[in-house]
Design a protein around this ligand. Structure first.
Ligand code: KIV
Length: 283
């Protein structure tokens, strides 16, 4: 019998415990009601998605942060629907339990509820996403309503919204002082329009807590303190693949860049020294 080896990058089936029940939007709401917190991470490809799913992370976001974490752009603005769909498809195909949410990129939904619907449908049909996320508050209520009435679960994103960074004058905490009221109004408008959850980015902790108490849908914080129903981080920040100045709200759980750098150096040294491949790697 001839030897059979797995082709490289064969995409081995996810390992770990048997498939648990798929997380649905109503599970997140039930968790809020039961006072249980949940975790969300970004994911942009197969292996990270499998690992996070196996770790029990409830929600994976194929964020438009792929723009500056995958595609090498400086901001989230340039990434396109056609660039994000293959990433969302890879993540959706790779998980067994997590709820997969795809971000609608800048310019793909703001023009009208119809534009938003057509874009969201592409993520649901072509990528197999389970839900979509869009940025904005009261002004996005018609979009959220159109999507949810059309069968597409929507996660809202308020507070600091990176797609509007030029309008907001850069990366700044939103909702300080008088502006706190506006954050609460935005969240209530999103709930009223049918959003199943709301991300709050860079909002003071006490304001985020007020929003969490005011809405019945789950709140998910990023730089919004601990009194949210869930938390989200960009995985390359949380696990140390990215270097450079980190926002204060990031906790670094690993130094993956260090591990990868050392592994790549060891490999290159072995190749140069002729110690790789060894007899055990040779047919
Ligand atoms: O695109 C993204 O990664 C996000 C998170 C920061 C919530 O929107």
């Amino acid at each position: 019998m001839s030897e059979e080896t797995a082709p490289y990058g064969t995409g081995a089936a996810p390992s770990g415990p048997p498939a648990r029940k798929r997380i649905r939007t109503h599970h997140l709401r039930e968790m809020k009601q039961a006072g249980e917190r949940f975790a969300m991470l970004t994911a942009y490809e197969q292996y990270a998605a499998q690992v996070f799913d196996e770790a029990g992370v409830e929600v994976l976001l194929v964020g438009d942060s792929a723009s500056n974490n995958v595609f090498g752009n400086e901001t989230s603005l340039p990434v396109t629907v056609d660039e994000l769909i293959p990433l969302a498809r890879a993540v959706a195909r790779s998980v067994r339990r997590a709820l997969v949410v795809a971000d609608l990129p800048f310019g793909s939904y703001q023009a009208s509820p119809e534009q938003a619907y057509l874009t969201a449908v592409r993520f649901m049909k072509e990528a197999g996403a389970h839900a979509v996320k869009l940025e904005g508050g009261v002004e996005m209520a018609p979009q959220v309503r159109k999507l949810t009435e059309g069968g597409i679960p929507v996660m809202a994103h308020i507070g600091f919204t990176p797609q509007s960074e030029h309008n907001l004058g850069g990366y700044r905490v939103q909702g300080r002082g008088e502006a706190a009221k506006k954050v609460v109004e935005e969240a209530l408008a999103m709930e009223d329009a049918g959003a199943f959850a709301v991300v709050m980015e860079m909002v003071p902790g006490d304001v985020a807590a007020e929003v969490t108490a005011a809405v019945s849908i789950p709140t998910i914080g990023i730089g919004a303190g601990s009194r949210c129903d869930g938390q989200v981080l960009v995985w390359q920040d949380a696990f140390g693949l990215r270097t450079g100045r980190m926002p204060r709200f990031v906790k670094q759980y690993a130094d993956l860049r260090g591990v990868l750098l050392q592994a790549a150096r060891d490999y290159a040294d072995d190749v140069r020294a002729g110690t790789f491949p060894g007899p055990e790697h040779t047919f």
